[in-house]
Design a protein around this ligand. Structure first.
Ligand SMILES: [Zn+2]
Length: 178
């Protein structure tokens, strides 16, 4: 079975409307957290910046959480703007939902495919996601094989619906052309 890997090339942008300039795109930039103590409660935000006017806004990571509920090592990572924590926070689906933003993956990922010329027919492919990039199987397969989408629909047998967006692994089989 041929392995295909979907992986990010940079952090995705965020689709969220700027209250100043009405732009709909924001970036985490280098990635900065802000931690604010209020008695024994902590707020943690991830700061994002409008790509058009640079206005900074705060997206909620933890809201009024008891200090004691944090692992001290994790708190230290927030204070240090730990890059891995920025990534895992941004890619957490609950974070996007809570803050009513969507991730904009355009141009932020790639598909790695090995050569498949010497494989016999039918060709079996396993798609693995290193990062939770939402893709439509139909488009991904067309891109990876250099086929038109109508040819994909004709020649590909897939274990999930071809037109439904997914970011979890799947496999498919390519039948020979006419
Ligand atoms: Zn703006």
């Amino acid at each position: 079975m041929l392995p295909w890997v979907v992986r990010r090339t940079r952090l995705p942008l965020l689709s969220s409307r700027c209250v100043d300039c009405r732009s709909e795109s924001a970036t985490t930039g280098e990635g900065r957290f802000r931690v604010n103590a209020n008695g024994k409660l902590l707020d943690v935000w991830l700061l994002v910046r409008c790509v058009s006017c640079d206005r900074t806004s705060k997206l909620n990571v933890h809201e009024r959480a008891p200090v004691g509920s944090f692992d001290p090592a994790d708190l230290e990572r927030y204070h240090a703007n730990d890059p891995e924590l920025v990534v895992s926070t941004l890619l957490d689906p609950l974070f996007a939902r809570r803050n009513r933003v969507a991730l904009d993956w355009q141009g932020a990922w790639r598909l790695d495919t090995p050569s498949w010329l010497d494989e016999g027919w039918p060709v079996r492919v396993e798609v693995v996601f290193d990062d939770p990039v939402p893709v439509r199987p139909e488009r991904l397969i067309a891109q990876g094989l250099g086929l038109s989408r109508s040819e994909v629909l004709r020649r590909v047998k897939c274990d999930i619906p071809l037109r439904r967006t997914t970011s979890t692994g799947f496999t498919f089989t390519v039948l020979p052309g006419d």
